[in-house]
Ligand binder design. Sequence first.
Ligand SMILES: Cc1cc2nc3c(=O)[nH]c(=O)nc-3n(C[C@H](O)[C@H](O)[C@H](O)COP(=O)(O)OP(=O)(O)OC[C@H]3O[C@@H](n4cnc5c(N)ncnc54)[C@H](O)[C@@H]3O)c2cc1C
Length: 534
Amino acid sequence: MSDRFHFDFLVMGSGIAGLFYALRVAEHGSVGIVTKKLAADSATNWAQGGIAAVMAADDSFEDHARDTLVAGAGLCHPDVVERVVERGPAMIEALTKLGADFDPAAGGSPRSYDLGREGGHSRRRILHHRDATGQEIERVLLARARAHPRIDLFENHCGVDLLTARKAGRAGPDHALGAYVLDGATGQVDRFEARITLLATGGAGKVYLYTSNPDIASGDGMAMAWRAGATLANMEFVQFHPTCLFHPKAKSFLISEAVRGEGGILRTQAGDAFMARYHEMKDLAPRDVVARAIDTELKKSGDEWVLLDITHRDPEYVRQRFPTIHARCLEFGIDPTREPIPVVPAAHYSCGGVRTDLRGESDLANLFAAGEVACTGLHGANRLASNSLLEALVFADAAASEGIARLADLPREAGSVPAWEEGDATESHEAVVITQNWDEIRRFMWNYVGIVRSDKRLARARRRIDLLQEEITEYYWNVKLTPSLIELRNLAAVAQLVIECAQRRKESRGLHYNVDHPERDDARFATDTLVRRP
Ligand SMILES: Cc1cc2nc3c(=O)[nH]c(=O)nc-3n(C[C@H](O)[C@H](O)[C@H](O)COP(=O)(O)OP(=O)(O)OC[C@H]3O[C@@H](n4cnc5c(N)ncnc54)[C@H](O)[C@@H]3O)c2cc1C
């Protein structure tokens, strides 16, 4: 017999969005957080550079908004941009009240911060905790959530699918009722029922062979929302971080943009500082420009990596400012104070996701989404560096306010959600099916749907994903569920959505670059790409 749990609020994911939301709503109702591995396994915990907010006297909301709009290449929603940048200082205050510690300005007052600069920002506005900002935020939020009497945290619990009124056979407009969740310890699929559900499951970097993302980033929330009938937007806009450490043993280690912000120069292996040929901001050009420039240089030279050189800065400064990067590079025998760091681009951030309104709600009622799983309209066709942690906070906060306000009007709907049907599913004796399909998807997504795309490559990817989807669907319903199988199914769904959106956008804009349509076409494509399950 599977278990049933009831909460006012169900939160899926324990990164910045899920935890910040949980802490706010827990003052008004019971909260269940399910998270598929250990609670700190999140992209949040890996964020290095920091969080953007207007804090300096020479900065303004207008400047932050303008930088965001420029990066977004015509697809940002101006009302969302305005809302997010204006909420920045309040969100920083909320985090510091909870105990987060951001580096102070040298000799400044207690409330003035050492503000970093990153690509695409016209001002210094990145608050950071040395180069481990995300870890600091995760540490604080998680400690608070664990200590909260109204929050139950379920680790090793993987969301499988959303519970909806339609699935429960109810008449009337569809709405979310919680989720089916696989308990990693028992192998059972339990019902987690809730009046309000928040998806905070993060991004989908694992859909690509090379990624800066942690293993949890398999797009589960996007796939679940899509299967439940919610609209997703802009899945073609995948940001490739230009600089991941290149080393056979360094899995997914990112060299923060802040290294270029503090003077780091990209060079070919022959020593050529090539960025001046690609953009007037040189090494501080927006990420998509830098990633494409590296891709072009690598294709031209046949090299496997380029170099990021910060050796001209004072070694003590480099050690102090980038302790994590410095230590990690040393582990691989590279001393960044004396030699340039070998780097390659890697899939980093999903700008697309579950489409939400200004309250963070999807078009499936009572289903909210915040953080990287969502597409709020902030990033448009390209995310400005360090805007994502801020966006996660602002929308978690907005969703919490809406949820709290709505709670009293929502009935407790216990009793009518069907249990998970296991049917004739048997134990899988062929784990190879999962690893083979997983590898195949990630490889063809990298080769055909990566930094530079073409109509032919997208068509090839489409044929492959259609075939794989058939195989995976058949396999999925015949064997007992495991976390890897859930992730594979979701990865395939997300890959299909990225390809579908990329095929529809017959132009180049922001992060989507197609050699067969190299120009931006505002007449036909100055809109979001929306996908919804037929
Ligand atoms: C290396 C790196 C550096 C970055 N640096 C910065 C930076 O400096 N500044 C910035 O603004 N952004 C940065 N980003 C992006 C930013 O960290 C993320 O966008 C942000 O942390 C996402 O937060 P989130 O809460 O949406 O998701 P996450 O922090 O990724 O959390 C997702 C959670 O959902 C859980 N989950 C997923 N699927 C399921 C499921 N099926 N069931 C249950 N739980 C599930 C996961 O286990 C995890 O707990 C960086 C990202 C990376 C990878």
